[in-house]
Design a protein around this ligand. Structure first.
Ligand SMILES: *Cc1c(COP(=O)(O)O)cnc(C)c1O
Length: 397
């Protein structure tokens, strides 16, 4: 009998120091309270000496927007502050941040260790692209800290995602990060699910944090972007080795949209936490639902480092429920990939299992075709529940 009970869910503790960081912004021209959009490809120099200072690295200042752009730097400053990191670098997508971060550390002959149920395109990067450059990747069950620690020796990099895609199982970050440090293995975590409001992996010993900023950091489903945060020397390595040459830089306008979206991040996250838990609890009690896969529930492992939950989770429907009819019967939950915006979304694993792109992580990691993922948005939870309850009834034979 699967355990469907919410497991001692604490009151969410959005970091309100974060709220102050995100809402107080000073030093802009004319006392503006919002950063200007520096829609400029290049930045000129007053004289030769200033040019040489910048080129020789004696002064850090914007030169060309494939490097630093002042609007994007404002986004990077906020993310670094939220994650408790020394530095951050924005990217054109989460995948640009992930690939540039991994490639800043790994080279031919290296082995990467990666947890199972990693984001599908990260999985394809590891399975398809990196082996072409002589980088091997092994996958390990991240919910088993002993298995992770046993697999560490000889690895160059450990790639984590907690909670992980589709199934929302978790990794014991303090234990795993400490063991990796002892072995000299650099740790990278995808923190998109929790956002820095609900999980700050660097405080638990993880070296680098990547985000799909397209999700909660943006919060408005109008931007595709990414970011990596970490120690100065690790971010410098990204800046020197991969970022300028792979060229996946973030545009000033999207940097500005991200700063705008992040002002309300702690408040949005609290709402996603509350509404998501409410819907998850009701689903767990519903006869058409076999089990709920939510990081707050006791059938999930190792949630010690989360101090709140986002609006993303899955549930597995019972035998008599037709997944396709369920998805089609929903009205407020619209059918779509991605998540983290204001709107509620539904995504059936069934379609992911039939995706043409190879390899297929959902198939390889054994995601059930009866699993349905929800993103609980900012709508009224009673309206969302009415939509779900009606759709479940229609889909049950
Ligand atoms: C969406 C997503 C990514 C990829 O981010 P993009 O911005 O789409 O490139 C990476 N990790 C997770 C967990 C995601 O959900």
């Amino acid at each position: 009998m699967p355990d469907n009970s919410p497991d001692g869910v604490a009151d969410p503790q959005p970091d309100f120091a974060a709220a102050t960081l995100l809402t107080r912004d000073d030093g802009f021209p004319f006392g503006a309270v919002v950063p200007p959009i520096y829609q400029s490809s290049l930045f000129t120099f007053e004289d030769y000496a200033a040019l040489e200072d910048a080129f020789a690295g004696r002064v850090r200042r914007p030169i060309y927007s494939r490097g630093d752009n002042p609007t994007v730097m404002e986004f990077e400053r906020l993310v670094a502050g939220l994650e408790g990191a020394e530095a951050a670098r924005g990217f054109a997508s989460g995948m640009a941040a992930i690939s540039a971060t991994v490639l800043s550390q790994a080279e031919a002959g290296d082995r990467i260790l990666c947890v199972r149920h990693v984001y599908p395109d990260a999985y394809r990067l590891f399975r398809r692209l990196l082996p072409r450059f002589g980088i091997a990747v092994d996958f390990v069950d991240g919910t088993d800290p002993d298995a992770v620690v046993r697999a560490l020796p000889g690895a160059k990099l450990l790639y984590l995602e907690s909670p992980a895609s589709w199934v929302f199982d978790m990794q014991d970050l303090p234990v795993i990060a400490a063991a990796a440090r002892d072995e000299g293995v650099v740790t990278v975590i995808d923190n998109s699910y929790a956002s820095p409001v609900f999980q700050q992996p660097i405080r638990h010993g993880v070296d680098m944090v990547v985000h799909s900023a397209s999700k909660y950091l943006s919060g408005h489903s109008d931007t595709v972007a990414g970011v990596v945060a970490g120690r100065r020397d690790l971010i410098d390595r990204v800046n020197e080795l991969t970022y300028p040459y792979l060229g996946g830089k973030l545009s000033p306008f999207e940097g500005w949209l991200l700063v705008r979206g992040m002002r309300t991040l702690p408040f949005r996250m609290r709402r996603h936490n509350d509404s998501g838990l409410e819907i998850a609890r009701r689903l767990a009690d519903h006869p058409a639902v076999e089990r709920v896969l939510h990081p707050a529930f006791s059938n999930q492992k190792g949630r010690a480092t989360l101090n709140g939950f986002s609006g993303l989770f899955s549930f597995e429907v019972a035998g008599g429920v037709d997944v396709k009819r369920l998805v089609d019967a929903l009205k407020l939950f619209r059918i779509g990939v991605s998540w983290g915006g204001h709107e509620s979304l539904v995504m059936p694993a069934l379609a992911t299992l039939r995706q043409a792109a190879e390899p297929n992580s959902a198939a390889d990691f054994g995601v059930s075709p009866r699993i349905v993922r929800l993103h609980v948005g900012l709508e009224e939870p009673e309206d969302l529940w009415a939509d779900l309850a009606r759709a479940l009834e229609r889909a049950t034979t």
